[in-house]
Design a protein around this ligand. Structure first.
Ligand code: ADP
Ligand code: MG
Length: 452
């Protein structure tokens, strides 16, 4: 709360420089109280409806933009009258009771969603859909690989809308459930009456959330039915949100008119999280798992974040397993115990632990072919410039991809000592940053090796 107030005051300070002093004072002199911060929205109390109207109409976008330039956390301002704030407080006490009855996972909220480069746009779009009533993005189509937060984000929209208006009919379904539902309602004898119940359920939604739409691929009859539901709801200006593991163009065996409907609104993707995001997610999940998150050293989280790079569900699962393991055996949260607890789940990356060092040969082979040198050159003592460069690149690739110890790398490159290996790593790292050609070499080789 305190931070939100500070942020608001800083934002105002910037705005003040851009406005005429009297204009500024007239509108903002008395706007200095934060009501609450929720779902990345900062609620600011305004003295009367006219001030609220004028701020929202003329300054809201600007204020949000300034705010975004001050802080990295995506947040927005919302203005609320004092009397409405009091009223909302009462309502929120009742909605807390009903939260468990929602068809949504309780913890899948915007508040619990960490943002980074890979998901910021999807997050902001979801927020926008949840908070605005004009349905500019309808449908919102969220796609990305498994375990990257699509369901979480979709449910967060549902929670947010229900928080604001508990009477909204939010319907969540997976494409699979939808399909089963359709067959249950049409395959029984009662026929007509039954299909009516099916229609009631979906066509009465105020907000329809359909998860994993790719499941409808190749299912002609269900697609037809879903198309009708879509047309009805879209026609009534009801919000539709869809998730998928692929983009609309990559959907196979899907009716063209259905695909074209998916493109009516906004399509956003979630990518693989980078290291800082993975660390933030681990820290957040940790605070749910144990009372004193600071008991777990950061380098433990570092290791887990380094191993589980492309699926947030696996990342979370690894942390949970580690914590459960240490707690139930009553052993300390150490780095060694990460390896013990996760032994079966860690890909073989550490040359010291692994008996299979096939990757050394693989990298040497690819690098030698790429730079047209001999594998024996890479292992030799020669200091010819182009060979030294190729050798350093090979060392860097191995360190970067497989992360064995410097000592074990040295042993496999003509018994060089660890300082020499370390120098090679630093050298290429610096070159990648400063020289595009080197970066290009690295990218190509990295891909070749990864795809092997
Ligand atoms: P998907 O539907 O894309 O397969 P989910 O939404 O089920 O993925 O997410 C998998 C797990 O990862 C969930 O437990 C979810 O809470 C968590 N998760 C994903 N993205 C984030 C994020 N940005 N911040 C916090 N938790 C996340
Ligand atoms: Mg999902």
């Amino acid at each position: 709360m305190e931070d939100s107030l500070k942020l608001w005051q800083q934002t105002l300070l910037t705005l003040k420089n851009e406005l005429d002093e009297t204009d500024f004072l007239e509108l903002f002199a008395d706007v200095n109280e934060v009501f609450k911060t929720e779902n990345n929205l900062i609620f600011i109390i305004v003295p009367n409806a006219l001030v609220k109207f004028r701020i929202e109409k003329f300054y809201l976008e600007k204020l949000n933009r300034i705010c975004a330039s001050i802080t990295k956390t995506p947040c927005r301002f919302k203005f609320i009258l004092k009397e409405d704030a009091v009223e909302q407080e009462k309502v929120s006490i009742t909605t807390k009771d009903t939260i468990n009855k929602r068809p949504l996972k309780a913890e899948y909220t915007f508040d619990n969603f960490e943002t980074g480069e890979s998901n910021r746009f999807a997050f902001l779009s979801a927020m926008k859909v949840a908070e605005t009533h004009d349905k500019i993005y309808n449908p919102l189509y969220i796609f990305g690989d498994v375990g990257l937060g699509k369901t979480h984000l979709m449910m967060a929209i549902g929670h947010y809308i229900l928080d604001n208006d508990p009477n909204t009919n939010v319907v969540y379904t997976t494409a699979q459930e939808f399909t089963e539902d359709y067959f249950i309602h049409t395959s029984t004898k009662k026929g007509k009456e039954n299909i009516e119940a099916f229609y009631q359920k979906y066509r009465r939604a105020d907000v329809l959330l359909v998860d994993d739409i790719q499941f409808l691929e190749g299912k002609q009859a269900t697609q037809e039915e879903f198309f009708k539901v879509f047309e009805t709801l879209h026609g009534l200006n009801k919000q539709i949100v869809i998730t998928s593991d692929r983009s609309t163009t990559e959907l196979k065996n899907m009716m063209v008119r259905l695909k074209s409907r998916f493109n009516w609104g906004l399509s956003v993707d979630i990518k693989v999280p980078d290291k800082p995001l993975r660390m933030n997610i681990l820290k957040r999940k940790l605070s749910f798992l144990i009372e004193n998150p600071s008991d777990v050293p950061t380098n433990v989280l570092d290791i887990i974040a380094d191993y589980f790079t492309n699926n947030i569900r696996d990342l979370e699962g690894a942390l949970r397993r580690y914590i459960t393991y240490c707690v139930s055996l009553n052993i300390p949260f150490t780095v060694e115990n990460v390896y013990v607890a996760l032994e079966r789940f860690l890909p073989e990356r550490d040359a010291d632990k692994s008996t299979n060092n096939g990757y050394f040969d693989l990298v040497k082979k690819e690098v030698a072919a790429y730079y047209q040198v001999q594998i024996s050159d890479l292992e030799s003592a020669t200091r010819k410039q182009h060979i030294t460069y190729a050798r350093q690149m090979a060392i860097y690739l191995i360190k970067n991809i497989y992360n064995p110890s410097l000592k074990s790398i040295g042993e496999r490159f003509g018994n060089r000592d660890h300082a020499t290996v370390s120098h090679s790593v630093d050298k290429i790292e610096a070159l990648i940053k400063s020289n595009n050609l080197v970066k290009c070499d690295f990218d190509i080789l990295f891909k070749k090796i990864k795809n092997n």
